[in-house]
Structures are given as structure tokens and as C-alpha cells.
Design a protein around this ligand. Structure first.
Ligand code: G4P
Ligand code: NA
Ligand code: NA
Length: 191
């Protein structure tokens, strides 16, 4: 997505050669006009897969997921990092490993949110090692539902996540694919 790549080039800041900071439009301040276009793009790609729900994980996945759900016309669910006090039918839970913090953290999804008929599109802001996306696939499959695809706003193609998701057989589409952040410079895979 050219407009997204332009924003990354102009406003992204690289930290320590492997973290891309995009706090001007995605991770802190959110640009709703850009998110709208991101949602439209994901909808165009994944609508044919017969999506009935969009699932993401709080917090930064919510903005692109919401716009995707709006464009397709289906509900959006965010998995929670803290156990809600208000669970009705009980929670599905899985641990997600954080490479940066070297800890496992649980994420929760209320059991009744998904049913075996659901075809679920996963949306997330970043794909690095794939732990978050793979955790969401586990929650969706625990509910008996089907993963219809995985949409990623910014893929760090130099990390293992994409390979792991491809190997698991999921249909993955990323709007911007970063080949390298070496020397604190962004280069895209298709430059
Ligand atoms: P993984 O899920 O692909 O394995 O990613 P990883 O554990 O490495 O990432 C942990 C957190 O860091 C995630 O956010 C992820 O979106 C974010 N992240 C990973 N790489 C980058 C990057 O280059 N830039 C930015 N800005 N974020 C990155 P989170 O902890 O779940 O937080 P939230 O922002 O969604 O609340
Ligand atoms: Na994040
Ligand atoms: Na995220």
C-alpha cells in the first residue's frame, strides 16, 4: 500500500536497528483517514474469503481491525491482556511469548464470542515473530471456529513471523513489508 509506505518513510523512526516507531499514525496518535484506507484494503483482499468476524489483540490492533470490520460489515473482537471480571460463559486463554521481555503472558477471549460457524479474519498492527497472531489462531481454533486469513499492517520480513504463519498454512497479507531496518534506515521488500 503506497500511501502507508510513504507515511512510514516520512514519519517512521528506527530504534536500535530493529524497532520501527510509528507513533504519529498507528501506535499512539492514530490517523483515522489512513486507518479507513487500511480497512478498505483489507476488506478488498479478504471479503472473498467469507469473513464473519474480525479478531485482534489490544491495544494497537484495534484501530485497523475496527476499520476492516466496518468495511466488511462484521463485528470486531479484541482479545484482552487482562482477565475481565465480567466473563459470562468463561474464558478461552492462551499464553503469548514475548521475545523482547522474555516472558509468557496470557490473553483472553470470552467463550461465547465465537461459534464453530465463524470464519475469522485476524488483523494486527505489526508482525515480528508471529507470537501474537499464532496465539490468536489458537484462541479461534479453541472456539471451534475457522481462521479465514491474517491481515498485517506492517510486516517485519526480516523476523520469523511470516515464515511461521506461512508454514502453518494460513493465508497472510501484509500492507507494508519491511526487508530491513539496518543502519536505522527503512527498506521495503519490493523496493
Ligand atoms: P510478535 O507477536 O510478532 O511475536 O511480536 P513481538 O512479541 O515481538 O511484539 C511484541 C509487541 O511489540 C507487540 O505489541 C507488537 O505489535 C510490537 N512490535 C513488534 N515489533 C514492533 C516494531 O518494530 N514497532 C512497533 N511500534 N511495535 C512493534 P504489544 O506489546 O502487543 O502492544 P500494543 O501496542 O498492541 O498494545
Ligand atoms: Na504494538
Ligand atoms: Na499488536
Amino acid at each position: 500500500m503506497e500511501e502507508l509506505k510513504k507515511r512510514i518513510r516520512e514519519e517512521g523512526k528506527v530504534i536500535d536497528g530493529d524497532i520501527l516507531k510509528v507513533d504519529q499514525f498507528l501506535n499512539h496518535q492514530i490517523d483515522p483517514m489512513l486507518m479507513k484506507k487500511i480497512g478498505d484494503q483489507f476488506a478488498a483482499v479478504f471479503r472473498p474469503a467469507g469473513v464473519s468476524k474480525v479478531v485482534t489483540i489490544e491495544s494497537s490492533g484495534i484501530a485497523p481491525a475496527l476499520m476492516t470490520g466496518l468495511a466488511i460489515g462484521v463485528p470486531v473482537i479484541f482479545a484482552r491482556k487482562k482477565k475481565p471480571l465480567t466473563l459470562n460463559g468463561g474464558a478461552l486463554v492462551t499464553d503469548i511469548y514475548s521475545y523482547t521481555k522474555e516472558v509468557r503472558n496470557p490473553v483472553y477471549l470470552e467463550k461465547d464470542m465465537l461459534s464453530p460457524e465463524d470464519r475469522v479474519l485476524i488483523i494486527d498492527d505489526f508482525l515480528a515473530n508471529g507470537e501474537a497472531s499464532l496465539g490468536l489462531t489458537r484462541l479461534i481454533e479453541m472456539a471451534g471456529a475457522t481462521v479465514a486469513g491474517i491481515g498485517i499492517v506492517i510486516e517485519k520480513a526480516f523476523q520469523d513471523g511470516r515464515k511461521r504463519l506461512d508454514r502453518s498454512g494460513y493465508s497472510v497479507f501484509s500492507l507494508a513489508r519491511i526487508a530491513s531496518l539496518d543502519h536505522n534506515r527503512v527498506s521495503f521488500l519490493d523496493d
